[in-house]
Every structure is written in C-alpha cells, then in structure tokens.
Design a protein around this ligand. Sequence first.
Ligand code: NAD
Ligand code: ZN
Length: 379
Amino acid sequence: MKAVTYQGVKDIQVKQVDDPKLQKKDDIIVRITSTAICGSDLHIYQGALPAEKNYVIGHEPMGIVEEVSSEVTKVKKGDRVVLPFNISCGHCFYCEHEMESQCDNSNRNPEIHTGGYFGFTERYGNYPGGQAEYLHVPYGNFMPFVIPESCELEDEALLFLSDVLPTAYWSVDNSGVKAGDTVTVLGCGPVGLMAQKFAWMKGAKRVIAIDHIPYRLNHAKKMNNAEVYNFAEQKDMGAYIREITKGGSDVVIDCVGMDGKKTPLEAVEQKLKLQGGTLSAIEIALKAVKKFGTIQITGVYGSVYNMFPLGNLFERNITLKMGQAPVIHYMPELFNKITAGEFDPTEIITHKVPLDKASEAYKTFYEHEDECIKVVLKP
Ligand code: NAD
Ligand code: ZN
C-alpha cells in the first residue's frame, strides 16, 4: 500500500510499504478514506520528535472496516468508522476512567510510561500511522467509533472526531471554563480555533485569540467572533492581556506547544536574542493568567523541553493542567453536536489533496500558515 513516511527532517515521502495484517484476535484493518495532517505531525516533520526513517505518520484517520479478527464484535466489514488518535484497550484503569490517553496497555516502551498513539514515533508505542491506504487498529472492540448508517455527512464533517475536536473540547472542559469566564487561547491553528468555539459554547463572556499570522487571526475573528491580537505587534503580549482584562484571564489555553514551529534549540536561541521577548506561548500564558487562574497546556511539549518557570506559577497560585487529550469518551457527544448542527468542523479545512501529494501538503502546512489551516489527505 501507499503511505506517508518520514525520511528525515522536513523530508516526507509517499512510499510503498507492506500492507498491514491482522495480528491479534481483536484487531481490525481499516481502509482509510480521509486522514488529516495535525500540528503534532509537524513536531515530527521538523525533527523535534525524532522518528525512524520510513516510519508511517498520521493519527487523524477514518475509513471503512476492511478486515476483522475472530473476536471482534463491535464492528464488521463495511462499517464506516473514525479512529481516535489514542491507542486504548478499553479495560485498564485509565480506559475505564475516561483517561484513555494514558491507557496502560498502549505503550510497549517501558521507559516512557505514557500512553501510545498512532503514527507518533517509537517513543509513543511505535504504532504505524493513519496517513496511509490501510491502517492496523488494535483493540477493535473498543477503539473504532462507528458512524451510524443513517448518517449522510461527508467524511470532512466527521474526520476531526479523531483528534482536533475532542482535543479542543477537552482543553476547555479540563481547564474548568465556566459561564462568565474570560478565556485566552494561544494559537489559531485547528486546535486553537476549535477551542475558541468551545469556550463560547461553555459560556465564556470573553474569548481572546492570539497568533502572529494575520490570516489565522482573521479566521478566528470570522469563525469565532474572537477578540484577536497579534503577538508580534506587542512587546509583551502577556502583560498586554493582563492589562486589557484588568488583572488577567481566568483561563489561558496554550494551543501552540514547543515554541510554535521552532525546535527546542532554536527556541533557546530565539529567547536569548529577544532577551525575554514574548514569542514563547508558555511565557505569554504565565503573564496573561489571573492569580488563582488556570493554564491548560494542550500544545505538545516533549520531555526534551525543560525551560519551565515553575517558581512564578507557585507564587501566583496558578493551576497548571496539561497532557494528551483522552479522545474516545468525547466522540459520541461531539458526533451528536455535529449532526445537530451546533457547529461545523469543516470551517477549518483549507486544503484537500490526494495522499500522493502529502509531501507538498506538509510543506504548505508548515511554511504557508498564511494560507493554510487544515489539510485533509484523500488516499
Ligand atoms: P498549528 O501548528 O497549526 O497551530 C499553532 C499556531 O500557534 C500557529 O498558527 C502559530 O502561528 C501559533 N503560534 C506560534 N507561537 C505562538 C505564540 N507564542 N502565541 C500564540 N500563537 C502562537 O497546530 P494545531 O494543529 O492547531 O495544534 C496545536 C498544538 O496542539 C500543537 O502543538 C499540537 O501538537 C498540539 N496537539 C495536542 C494534542 C493533545 O492531545 N494535547 C492533540 C492535538 C494537537
Ligand atoms: Zn493530532
């Protein structure tokens, strides 16, 4: 089959790889019909998260069940399914308590002790990814979210149930946003845009959106009616937010991660150059949050990243929440909201291309954020 493979830093190529095979009694194989590129894939693309050559990337897939192992009862050949990015067994402590992103049986790498994820390198379980024609899915009696036959929505409306939607929804839920709150969302990529929308839906009275790309800021304004600011135009964006909110934002959600697209090393250089400038999302968050407020970190920071100003958090009674979003238990609720027309996930799609064009698509998503928000690949 054809698959999107990592060949080296900023070198992604579609290659012929072996077809996946059923391995255990509860596996399934899914023929992928749509699969998206995520901001998280860019951490691999730019080398911040090291991957092996020829590793198959991708963790936002959906498609049609092609094969099922003997003990699979949840789905049958021909079912239309969305796969959550978390590998989750369904029966460990974490899966049974809605913390599927840390499933105890998902990461065979004992040194890391985290959950495992599709297409997210050896560090996170070494599962082949979903930017491919076919995907091997373990735990077929738990993982797949089955789309009812009666649902006539196109893939694009449902695909982001795999990651972006539950991630953004959890970010708002986990950070405890309540009616009347001021919520600041750092980053107007797909995750940030959806988090802004969900913050309104939770009853926020003010939603502030930060980025440095005018195209994406405009999108935040149009799509979410957010109050937008360009951090490149402010010497100290965090202090500015504190000022305009008269003391700080109740909740700040970091939907950026390891200093945007910069590798940790570049980030350090940048920081030194700016002598405490405001390009780091976490620094903005720290200043922008109210005393006793909450910072929710949804953007990915690998363990390579260790520049965290813990002291200041302590001094100001800040609650810090973070992590990989648990996806599966949010899927039915979000599916119902989509079918009820409460929001339209396709608003973030700017590019739809054949899987064959993945190499160009990565380049576009990485280098041309001024014209691209979300890319959907069609195998
Ligand atoms: P993206 O790269 O498209 O968006 C990031 C945006 O942040 C860009 O528009 C960029 O210009 C902006 N940005 C850069 N530095 C900034 C700063 N200092 N302040 C404000 N904005 C800044 O990515 P995405 O797909 O929206 O994903 C966002 C982050 O969420 C990524 O780090 C991704 O890995 C992570 N993620 C986490 C989970 C999870 O479960 N925690 C799931 C999915 C994605
Ligand atoms: Zn993702």
